[in-house]
Design a protein around this ligand. Structure first.
Ligand code: FAD
Length: 556
């Protein structure tokens, strides 16, 4: 952590030099000593230091300065650093004024000029002040800070991105500046930039305005481009299937890259508690599973790129992968593990308020913000049940909206039992969202009761939608064979009337998890006929690596 700061302010250059010299020689090992020749400059400096979350331990100001005297400077500075110790430098003639300032303006001490010898007239008193400061001081948060508004979709996207990529950050809601002095000050310190939300402030003092996950990824060192032009194995998608393939591939000596457009963990990363994954009797959160798997993959040397794959093609034995930024690299074997994405709910207001109270999927980042509020969960499958259990830890009331008459045909019994035992959760059967209402964020929803045909309008702080998922594989059309819903065909599913897929020229049949293009494999939820579970994705990802070895042993 950076050293705390001792700041002295004096318009007399000789005095400023002398005080800086004495402070540095006595305290330089533990504190950073800064000086300013004007109170205005010092106030600007304090604002910048505050933006960088630096700690200021001592403010030492000469009383006689033009425009702003020492007492007024210290009072202003107190707004920015209320915990810093404040001391005046005074001439003998100002002693009475200085004593008055101690009483009226919360100044901790005054020193007479000259202070020679400092060992007698400066250091003992400063030692006391600094010891006091150390004892009562709480260090400022020194990591990444995200400043935005709760209902802004762009702020939500950023927070979700950072949380799912396990980048620690502090969230600051700019809307509380009216009541929160610290936030108000932070916005003031930003000056005109304060309107360019969302803003990300980094500990090195830099900031990104109106920023996007891609810019932040670059800044925090998440790779967005391939480091080399060729790999043995390239994996698209960093869910359980892709991560398992990465760990097995790299641990078995393949030079492996994994491309993930949102955050490693995939859908599993959105799960608040996976209860049925082997070896974790108490369950584990999807975030934890993803974090462990990423560390494991990195330990084996997997390169992870935060980017979207947008096209593939073949050139002889090479498989070329194109990323959304236009860059390309090649590989011998390619694995598609892109999973499925949430189906959209079609109702007026949904698209407009997405990210402003309407969320697809887990919304784990949003759960805490729902404290004391009414939230609605749409869907009757396990994912909806898990989310409801998670929101019930924070929200006042959680209502699950299901089209059918109950959860029994769509949700696992263990979750139904947990829901029954949670008084905050209720299930509204025969119900579907027909409209969401609100200007800047969701305020109410209309629910169509399908058994009576009536529409009820109820207040809602958030709606989380879990209504099934489909693969997004249009970008693979024309290269990889898909079923009518976009799932990828592999192995035996490629045979029509006993015939191998069109264009297949090898003497062998496609391997179990291989697509119609030799060397391109598909695993996990994106695969036609897959079992949509974490364990089966992990299984497929690791098994496919065996076929890749066989494929690579023959590739020219
Ligand atoms: C809320 C929730 C709770 C769940 N709970 C359980 C549970 O308790 N037990 C259980 O067994 N299963 C559970 N599941 C199901 C399980 O999470 C999935 O079956 C599993 O995650 C599928 O893994 P996958 O790797 O095939 O795909 P996914 O997990 O979907 O991962 C695919 C990844 O590919 C990325 N991607 C997609 N397209 C591209 C592209 N073009 N470029 C780069 N990257 C791309 C996506 O961003 C995503 O990260 C749950 C699912 C959800 C949503």
């Amino acid at each position: 952590m950076a050293k705390p700061i001792l700041l002295s302010v004096d318009d007399d250059a000789d005095v400023l030099r002398a005080i800086e010299r004495d402070l540095r020689s006595q305290y330089g090992a533990d504190y950073r000593v800064l000086g300013s020749s004007s109170p205005e400059g010092a106030l600007d400096l304090l604002k910048q230091l505050n933006l960088r979350s630096d700690n200021v331990a001592l403010l030492l100001a000469d009383q006689r300065m033009p425009r702003i005297d020492g007492v007024h400077f210290l009072q202003e500075a107190m707004r920015i650093y209320p915990d810093a110790k404040r001391a005046l430098l005074t001439a003998y003639a100002d002693t009475t004024a200085a004593i008055g300032a101690i009483n009226q303006a919360s100044i901790h001490y005054f020193f007479m000029k000259p202070w020679d010898p400092p060992a007698e007239h400066l250091y003992p008193q400063l030692d006391d002040l600094l010891e006091d400061w150390q004892a009562s001081h709480h260090p400022a948060y020194s990591g990444i800070r995200v400043l935005g508004t709760r209902w802004s979709p762009r702020s939500y996207e950023l927070r979700d991105f950072l949380a799912r990529n396990h980048v620690p950050y502090q969230w600051i809601d700019a809307e509380i500046s009216a009541t929160d002095a610290e936030t108000k000050l932070l916005l003031e310190s930003l000056g005109p930039d304060a309107t360019s939300l969302p803003i990300v402030l980094f500990p090195d003092g830099t900031k990104l305005l109106e920023t996007t996950p891609a810019q932040v990824a670059d800044k925090v060192g998440l790779r967005t481009r391939a480091q080399t032009s060729f790999y043995d194995l390239a994996i698209i998608g960093g869910g359980p299937a892709g991560l398992a393939a990465a760990v097995y591939g790299a641990s078995e000596g393949l030079h492996t890259v994994m491309v993930e457009r949102e955050a490693p963990g995939g859908q599993a990363g959105m799960s608040s508690r996976i209860e049925n994954y082997l070896g974790f009797p108490a369950g584990l959160s999807g975030g934890d599973l993803a974090r462990r798997a990423v560390v494991q993959a990195q330990r084996f040397g997997v390169e992870i790129i935060a980017a979207e794959a947008s096209g593939i093609r073949t050139e002889g034995p090479y498989r070329i992968l194109k990323l959304a930024d236009g860059s390309e690299f090649s590989c011998h074997a390619l694995m598609i593990a892109t999973g499925v994405q949430w189906r959209r709910l079609d109702a007026p207001g949904i698209d407009r308020l997405q990210g402003a109270g309407v969320y697809y999927g887990g919304g784990t980042t949003e759960a805490i913000s729902c404290a004391g509020e009414n939230v609605y969960v749409v869907g009757g499958a396990n994912s909806a049940g898990q989310a409801a259990m998670n929101f019930a830890k924070y929200a006042e009331k959680v209502v699950i909206l299901v089209r059918g008459s109950s959860l029994s045909s769509t949700m696992s019994q263990y979750l139904i039992d947990q829901i029954k035992e949670t008084p905050k959760i209720s299930v509204w059967a025969h119900a579907s969202v027909s409209e969401v209402h609100g200007e800047t964020h969701i305020e109410e929803i209309s629910v169509l009761c399908t058994d009576t045909g009536k529409i009820e309008r109820v207040p809602a702080s958030a709606v989380f939608i879990f209504i099934g998922a489909l693969p997004q594989t249009d970008w693979l059309a024309g290269v990889v064979e898909r079923d009518e819903r976009g799932f990828l065909l592999t192995g035996p599913d490629l045979f029509a009337d006993g015939q191998r897929p069109k264009g297949w020229t090898l003497e062998r049949d496609p391997y179990l998890l291989e697509t119609n293009v030799p060397g391109i494999f598909a695993v996990g939820d994106v695969r036609h006929g897959s079992v949509k579970r974490v364990a089966s994705g992990v299984g497929e990802g690791s098994v496919a690596v065996q076929f890749i070895h066989q494929y690579l042993s023959k590739v020219q």
